[in-house]
Design a protein around this ligand. Structure first.
Ligand code: S3P
Length: 461
């Protein structure tokens, strides 16, 4: 528990709680030699799907969402708002109709809200809940229960919120209701984090005056764009984003594009597997998310962008990716926040590139769904790659990938990244503990198989 963050703590949940969240073990086996071709559409963007439910729930009137990600994480957010009295019809085929209850129309849930594996839900919801007049507790699975929450608790406490956390400022979070508004703050974020920024913008809706947030580096701006679509524009001046507490949100329709973070596995797979030529249609191309395309192109990848268009304030496009010889690079630290979720996939690309790739300035990867630096270094080494983990990144020397059994540590993105490594390994790659792929990419094995990945799935104890 950090001494200076002033966070009240309670004991962590018992191991029985953690066991209750465990799913049946799922293993992926990938036989070598595939190549990716044809045209695919990846599921809707996870960040935007969470936000669509949150904003529509606290807006006035009916909002329609299309392209919603029907993954476990985003369904947990929808279930949380249902439990607080919001009527949410769907999802059916990615469509939802949400009847918003206004900023102060939520009701106390009957029990604590289970957010599963979702860090985004655990960090964004407190921004809304800190402004309500009822108490609520947020909990999650074993991975989420280990993730740091001081980054939101400290500024929310400065705004007047009362939040109790587990040991080390981790979930569960007990958020106490209050009568009056929160107090607006001027806050310098210590880490570039869209989750923290979004949490504080949401809390700013419930504050008196103008809440100002200073970003140390640009992070994804879906909250800013979507708030504008819901009729509550935020102001941006250089690295400061600010929001006024007055007024509410107006219902609207939200069209969610394909998730570039899910497309990333296919961008890497098609780049490394000889003979690949794959189209990925309708991918979100928000400038704060396209770091993966920039890094891969710098490594020599052949990615074409066409059919560029706009939907609801967000750019999207079709991508065509063809196999190409990759070379190692020093990844510019400025691109790290713009590709933060794509490093598991990018490190597989680095393992297949000629020469060394160096990733630095990416300490945040240590506190994602798993310690992604440790997980990737361990798995790549096991497959025969020279991968040296560093405190804030990794050095990887490209080489020949062998087969083996790799631990995903229950992290969806580690599981999908090593699945793509299987395309070019000399022997089968077995990836353990893949059930959580359903948090962000339901249907991944089927979609990947259809595109040419020789993947099979085994479920059960
Ligand atoms: C997200 C922001 C990122 C990202 C996460 C989703 C969001 O986290 O890793 O998967 O939707 O705002 P940080 O804000 O911690 O960088």
């Amino acid at each position: 528990m950090p001494k200076n963050c002033g966070i009240a703590t309670r004991g962590n949940p018992t191991s029985a709680d953690a066991i209750a969240f465990m799913q049946a073990p799922t293993t992926f086996t990938i036989d070598p030699g595939g190549r990716l071709s044809g045209a695919i559409t990846v599921p809707g963007d996870k960040s935007m799907s969470h936000r669509s439910v949150i904003f529509a729930s606290i807006a006035e009137g009916d909002s329609e969402v299309s392209g919603f990600l029907e993954g476990e994480d985003t369904l947990a957010t929808a279930a949380a708002f249902r439990a607080m009295g919001v009527s949410i019809d769907g999802p059916r085929d990615g469509r939802l109709v949400i009847t918003g209850v206004g900023l102060r129309g939520l009701r106390a849930p009957l029990e604590s809200l289970d957010l599963g594996n979702s860090g985004t839900a655990m960090r964004l919801l407190p921004g809304v809940l800190a402004g309500q007049n009822f108490d609520v507790t947020l909990r999650g699975d074993a991975s989420l229960t280990g993730r740091p929450m001081a980054r939101i608790i400290t500024p929310l406490t400065a705004m007047g919120a009362r939040i109790e956390a587990g040991e080390g400022a981790t979930p569960p979070l007990a958020i106490h209701g209050r009568r009056g508004p929160l107090s607006a703050i001027d806050y310098h974020m210590p880490v570039a984090s869209a989750q923290v920024k979004s949490c504080l913008l949401l809390a700013g809706l419930y504050a008196d005056g103008v809440t100002r947030i200073h970003e140390p580096a640009p992070s994804r701006d879906h909250t800013e764009r979507m708030l504008a679509a819901f009729g509550h524009a935020v102001q941006r001046q250089g690295d400061i984003v600010s929001i006024e507490g007055a007024g509410g949100l107006r219902s609207t329709s939200v069209e969610i594009p394909g998730d570039i973070s899910s497309a990333a596995f296919f961008l890497v797979g098609a780049s490394i597997a000889p003979g690949s030529d794959l189209r990925i249609k309708g991918v979100g191309m928000n400038p704060t998310r396209v770091g993966v395309v920039e890094v891969l192109r710098t490594m020599g990848a052949r990615i074409d962008v066409d059919n560029e268009r706009n939907a609801g304030g967000e750019p999207l496009a079709d991508l065509r990716v063809r196999a190409a010889p990759l070379h190692g690079i020093d990844i510019p630290p400025s691109l790290v926040p713009l590709a933060i979720d794509e490093f598991p996939a990018l490190l597989v690309a680095a393992a297949c590139a000629r020469g060394d790739t160096v990733l630095s300035g990416a300490r945040e990867l240590r506190v994602k769904e798993s310690d992604r630096i440790a997980a990737m270094a361990e798995g790549l080494s096991l497959l025969g790659i020279d991968a040296e983990p560093r405190d804030d990144g990794m050095r990887i020397r490209g080489g020949a990938l062998g087969g083996g059994r790799v631990a995903s540590r229950g992290d969806h993105r580690i599981a999908m990244a090593f699945s793509m490594a299987g395309l070019v390994a000399t022997e089968p790659v077995v990836v353990e503990d893949c059930a959580n792929v359903a948090t962000s990419f339901p249907g991944f094995p089927d979609l990947a198989r259809g595109a040419g990945l020789a993947i099979s799935v085994a479920t059960g104890r």
